[in-house]
Design a binder for this molecule. Structure first.
Ligand SMILES: [Zn+2]
Length: 135
């Protein structure tokens, strides 16, 4: 059965549904009004130009999986970033007088607050590095 686009007469929401060719109306799943069938863009283009159907047609499920995979991936990355930030903040707040800039990253990915002396050494090393690059 083909997939058609329906536009709701009540709320105006467009939806897609796989229905029989002769089905002209479906119930809107948002407001329950009747939604009438529209020519999809692909169909309209086909009628106008005689071109073949868009490549998207027929692989809608694949497109959906692809979008979902991208979303899942970025969600996981943000998860990691948020966890790392939360971890940094908890380390800093458990060490009186420490700042985010005092943190040093361990090889295992956790963070520790550098002792003041180490911090000063790192700071002056950074300043030296900055000096030499700006000259
Ligand atoms: Zn509706």
């Amino acid at each position: 059965m083909p997939m058609y686009t329906f536009k709701c007469g009540g709320c105006g929401v467009q939806s897609e549904a796989v229905v029989k060719r002769k089905t002209k109306k479906v119930e809107c799943n948002v407001c329950g009004e009747m939604a009438t069938r529209e020519l999809s863009r692909d169909m309209a283009a086909t009628f106008q130009s005689g071109a073949s159907m868009s490549q998207k047609t027929g692989v809608q499920e694949l497109d959906f999986d692809y979008d979902r995979a991208i979303g899942e991936d970025s969600r996981r990355k943000w998860d990691t970033i948020n966890k790392r930030t939360a971890h940094k903040q908890s380390v800093v707040s458990s060490t009186p007088g420490a700042e985010i800039g005092d943190l040093s990253r361990n090889p295992d990915g956790s963070y520790v607050v550098m002792p003041k002396q180490v911090r000063q050494t790192v700071d002056s090393a950074r300043k030296e590095a900055h000096k030499s690059t700006s000259m």
